[in-house]
Design a protein around this ligand. Sequence first.
Ligand SMILES: [Zn+2]
Length: 309
Amino acid sequence: MKFGKYIIFEGADGVGKSVLSQKLVSRLGEKATWTCEPYTHSPHSTPQLPICTALRDFCLSSKYDLTLAGRELMLLTSRSVSLNHIVVPNLLRGQTIISDRSFISGMVYAYMEGMSFTSWLNIVEETKLLHLESYVKDIEHRSILQPDLVVLVHSTQYLPKSLSSGDRYDSKDERFFRQLEMTYSESLRCLVNRGFLKQDAILEFTNDMSLSIDENVDKLCTLIENKKHSDPWNDLKQKIAEAEKKTNCIACDSNDDVKVSHQYSGGDLGGQYLIVPLCKMCRIKWFCSSEFRNELVERYPKDLEDISF
Ligand SMILES: [Zn+2]
């Protein structure tokens, strides 16, 4: 069985996520299904989930005073329903899912309200609300669904929402928008560190308001296509080739038979690949002494490379 691709569009309000994501779906034709979060409806034959719509409207309405944690629990419940009833069944049929927003928006907006990333992720881990239902776990051997691609959309221009729908965030200004943009970037770094996201699944895209929608979608498609063919091993080979040009040992500056030592440390989701030009004596120390290696890591961080697979 071929699991479909799960592509998420994220970014601040007004950057053009909805238009871009829907346009991309219409280009992909029948292979793709569009959805959005935290409520789920789709013009592309996805059934509506009334519970998601109800929860979303309740949470975002400024008429109700919910506690921060209470609202997050309701939004996570809605995400859990749409994940397990829309996203996963479609992926299992081999469909590409293109989602306008995701759990990442939940984390970012909770942060803007005063909840740290850690507290939010702790709620997710404690409640298991973003975990997959057991039948999927059996097929996929994983409990969390990682997106294949997160397109973080930026915009060349700040456009305030023109129509007020009574949502909590409609009245916010450009300062709030800029803070949101920054928080999105920080949230992705945090998610990579916590194992919810792979570094190479992130694609940042700037929606150019001076171009037409189709021109922007063309640009985006090219970036996605290039990303598919980028090879982390190739990048690594290039970095090793760069290091091999160095003639002096980075530990003692000797030029006695300098060669590049490299070593990978990390888990499935990425880690650190150490690429260090060392002289003959220091190479022996490098292989024999973990203390020497740790000291080098601390002393010469600029000569070491991080890499994710
Ligand atoms: Zn040396």
